[in-house]
Design a binder for this molecule. Structure first.
Ligand code: DAT
Length: 174
């Protein structure tokens, strides 16, 4: 029996926009595998150096890519990360950039314990739509979509939209 092909989905955007919330829920609803790049790096200690400005370890992007390659070739993976330009372009069938209004994001990051420069830089990252532009550079523009992520109803409608897209993709590719 041939195994059904399933798409790989990238969820990206500024920290705090709701990637993890959406990704985990989506995995539960679809049976796709959820991979949080931060957690993966932590577990495998896939780091290369330390960032003194942000007081955090620096991701070893090459080792992250090597670690995930086999899984991505199989398909059916949801990847969650606040960056997107170091993954192989061929990995993803669709890219969603989650977007949150500034004031909303500010309070989410503040309650996560972010302060000072780290808080300001992340809110600025969202204001300047840095990740959206990064995604538009790294992938074909027609597979990059923005999703509003401000309120619980957004979570629900984003989920429905992605599931609808996925069902169609599976029909077209099997
Ligand atoms: P990320 O993984 O992008 O860093 P998260 O999933 O941890 O973000 O969410 C950050 C916070 O925002 C968390 O407290 C849950 C909340 N949140 C996520 N999606 C939301 C939505 N659609 N409406 C309201 N709050 C949301």
């Amino acid at each position: 029996m041939k195994i059904m092909k399933r798409p790989n989905i990238l969820l990206t955007g500024t920290p705090g926009v709701g990637k993890t919330t959406l990704g985990k829920e989506l995995a539960q609803r679809t049976g796709l595998v959820y991979v949080n790049i931060g957690d993966l790096a932590q577990e495998g200690q896939l780091f290369d150096g330390f960032d003194d400005d942000y007081q955090c370890p620096v991701l070893d992007e090459d080792r992250v890519v090597d670690e995930l390659e086999d899984k991505m070739v199989d398909g059916g993976v949801i990847v969650d990360y606040h960056g997107c330009d170091f993954f192989p372009e061929r990995w993803f069938h669709i890219v969603f950039v989650l977007r949150t209004d500034n004031t909303n994001l500010y309070s989410r990051l503040e309650s996560r314990g972010y302060t000072g420069k780290k808080l300001q830089d992340n809110v600025q990252c969202e204001i300047f739509q840095t990740i959206y532009e990064e995604a538009m550079e790294a992938y074909k523009e027609d597979i990059v979509h923005q999703l509003p992520s401000n309120k619980p109803e957004d979570l629900e409608s984003n989920m429905e939209r992605i599931i609808e897209w996925m069902d169609q993709w599976i029909k077209n590719n099997n």
